[in-house]
Ligand binder design. Sequence first.
Ligand SMILES: C[S@@+](CC[C@H](N)C(=O)[O-])C[C@H]1O[C@@H](n2cnc3c(N)ncnc32)[C@H](O)[C@@H]1O
Length: 500
Amino acid sequence: MSDRSRPSSRAPRKNGEKSGRNTPPAPKDPARRAAYDVLRAVQDRDAYANLLLPSLLRERSVHGRDAALATELTYGALRRQGTYDAILDACIDRSLESVDSEVLPVLRLGAHQLLATAIPPHAAVSATVDLARRVVGHHRGRFANAVLRKVGRRSLDEWTAVVAPDRAADPAGHLSVVHSHPRWIVDAFAAALGEAPAHGGAPEPEAAAGAAGADPGAPLAETERLLAADNERPRVTLVAKPGRAAVDDLLAGGATAARFSPYAAYLPEGDPALLREVRQRRAAVQDEASQLVALALTRVGVDGPDARWLDACAGPGGKAALLAGLAGARDARLLAAEAQPARAGLVAGAVERSPRDAARTVVADATRPPWGAGVFDRVVVDAPCTGLGALRRRPEARWRRTPETAEALAPLQRDLLRSALDSTRAGGVAAYVTCSPHPDETRGVVEAVLAERGDAEVLRAADYLDGVPDVAAGPSGEYVQFWPHRHGTDAMFLALVRKR
Ligand SMILES: C[S@@+](CC[C@H](N)C(=O)[O-])C[C@H]1O[C@@H](n2cnc3c(N)ncnc32)[C@H](O)[C@@H]1O
């Protein structure tokens, strides 16, 4: 992870620690001030809101309703930024680009309160204008007041009817504004769902299955459901690490049974760290699809030995921890490889005390592996990707990625899959996984690599996920694609490849 991930240059105080003598007094309206500071940090120094906000709230001792409001405002303004910017643009005489970068986050926060919360409009405007006066001065506070009063004259639906392109004439452009996703992401999602061509030409036949339940009359109907799901807060899913904790322990702690993974439970509310199993690292937060793609790999039959497993891109160790538990139960061994030393440290922590001490962590570049060819019975490569499948969790990510991000990652993704297949023995199996449904980094990678070699064949991955509906994807349903709107999970992709 790069420098950007550092939430703050100041170390947060430990829970319950009192402010030092030099700590500035708590700001007035701490919720809006915290939201503003996070939006500025995201905009100015590429901070990650999901890391910065919790540490900032802790540092400033913002709790309870203020913390909940700060979270709602920060995440809402970031997720809905595309929609709000189109509306703000219509409320300002000059172009939105010419608005000072210090003022823009104030306007987005105000728009979110006015258009998507129950805060009474006069309170939303006056509290936001107060904030503007404090952070950008009286003159620009007056500007914010004028703009927000215009925003408040219409509801969200009334505004989008005015500012979004017509749906029939430009479906992707319409959905891009209404559901606040960059247009290239709308196009990529539509292609992955089979509702639009991936690279020109006609949509894939899988569109019919993919769009099950959608209104056939509305263009890009299923894509719209996906975009809407991306704007919802994801539920917290836990994993009970096999051999170290049981799902029943999590249920006893207030979690509820999960739909698909035998190791998962959902936490309806509260801080996961309050669960003893999580504190003791016997359980962890892990999306259900992440668990299921790892499980699918372990369910494929292999003839001969089943003793050596490899996780070629293991950091921070979510899948490695699950695989280590399952390997231990079968008396197999997992090698967890990670290129970045700091992330390898996280992997080592995640797999610590696995049953039979089944996992070993190494810092290694999996494209130039220090291990020999054909030595592993099972290999997973969970490749670095755009993360477009996890937009629910990373509210600013959609504005940071570009079409070039996916293009730039493809050579590394192909190299990692080639190397994973080279590392797999004949008769063994490799899993190629991404947390993105973008065709260029999912099937595009698999198809390019398999076209080069005659020693590998794609298996029907959905056959190893019995009981999970509507996951088969690809021209013949050979891949697995999870979706937030269908499964309530991240949009994880899985291809299972048998080495011949
Ligand atoms: C998507 S993440 C893996 C997530 C992980 N499997 C989990 O479930 O927690 C991809 C990881 O691959 C690592 N990586 C990138 N290039 C690599 C390479 N050439 N060799 C090994 N690891 C690499 C990245 O540092 C990152 O930690």
